[in-house]
Write a protein that binds this ligand. Sequence first.
Ligand code: NAD
Ligand code: USQ
Length: 387
Amino acid sequence: MRVLVAGGDGYCGWPTALYLSAQGHEVSIADNLSRRSWDEELGTESLTRISDLETRVGRWEELTGREIGVAVGDLTDERFVHETIAGFEPDAFVHFAEQRSAPYSMIDRSHAVFTQVNNVVGTLNLLYAIGELAPNCHLIKLGTMGEYGTPNIDIEEGYITIEYKGRTDTLPYPKQPGSFYHLSKVHDSHNIMFACRTWGLRATDLNQGVVYNVETDETASDPVLTNRYDYDGIFGTALNRFCAQAASGNPITVYGEGGQTRGFIDIRDTVRCIELAANNPAEKGEFRVFNQFTEQWSVLGLAQLVEKVGHSLELEPKLARLENPRVEKEEHYYKAANTRLMDLGLKPHLLNEETVERLLLTAMENRDHIHPETFVPQVNWRRPRYK
Ligand code: NAD
Ligand code: USQ
């Protein structure tokens, strides 16, 4: 298959590009490298030392003899999107290329506007380009479990059948996103669904949970191929961040009660899910939704797991209960369906002490690079700033 991986320089996109290339697909990456400039803007950086995209791709070719194409450009630039689709003629377009941090989108007005323009306009450009130039191309779009929020009923995969006043219909599952970032994903989902219904495009929305772990077989095969490891208060996500905190003698920051429960997935399963979606494309006109996570964890449960494994490595980790900077339920019902990817053959790597130990060891090896001041959550959901 010819697969275009947009956002292929990022945390999920890079290992996916390598995995798909290793499986024999013809892969090309499109990325504007903005994630690296956001690090400069925020004074953050990956805990692991990551090579630049050209060096990474060159090393992969040296090691495997497989070429990965690179197009540096922005999905909000309509000419770039048009030229990229026309030039590569993809069978599948994997779309990771968005601003993906909830705290970043809540910094102030300009970051909220940037996030929604970047994400929604990028996806809209893509829909038009696919519609005109490659109508058979399967769009595999990264959504988020956070589109659903935390309702007091079971979460289904994209749709819910409702009986109302004696009539029945299957409708998009209600959305209650928790940040302007998560809202951008809801807007994307609606736009993609509309394009499938109206133009007969085929798309899969992968509502992914929080991703943890760092390396896959491919990224671990050479230091130049190493994946990024975010740990700061803006881009760091729960488990990876907790491991970096424990490894560097900083408190593990549980926000509020810690009963916030989310779906989680190992990065090694993310790459496999993308391939499963690509190998089993949506039908023409179909807007398909898969919930892409393998198990549910509460934030406190994760923090306690890291604490336990940290003790076995003689780290003396400590839990800190911080006042929650976000507006979210801290104790709630959570039961989300996730059978559709399993039905296609996903065999999950479930979280265990060995994975946490490996993450802690990676963080310990790199702890000299940690900027402890970036652990502190700086963004307050309750305070709108007009900037
Ligand atoms: P990331 O920030 O590491 O990577 C995103 C990549 O997209 C970066 O390399 C960035 O430079 C690029 N990019 C952003 N905007 C672009 C644009 N307009 N044009 C071209 N390139 C652009 O993020 P990630 O963690 O790899 O996430 C990838 C996708 O998966 C995102 O859409 C995110 O919402 C989704 N997702 C991530 C997680 C997670 O825990 N990391 C969980 C659920 C969903
Ligand atoms: N949290 C803490 N302490 C911390 C950091 C986070 O308690 O130090 C809590 C948050 O309050 C939240 C939960 O952990 O309740 C998850 O937060 P997170 O920062 O790990 O993840 P989130 O902001 O939800 O975003 C991440 C990715 C995003 C993706 C989303 C999937 O950055 O791209 O869409 O996970 S989901 O959570 O299912 O929406």
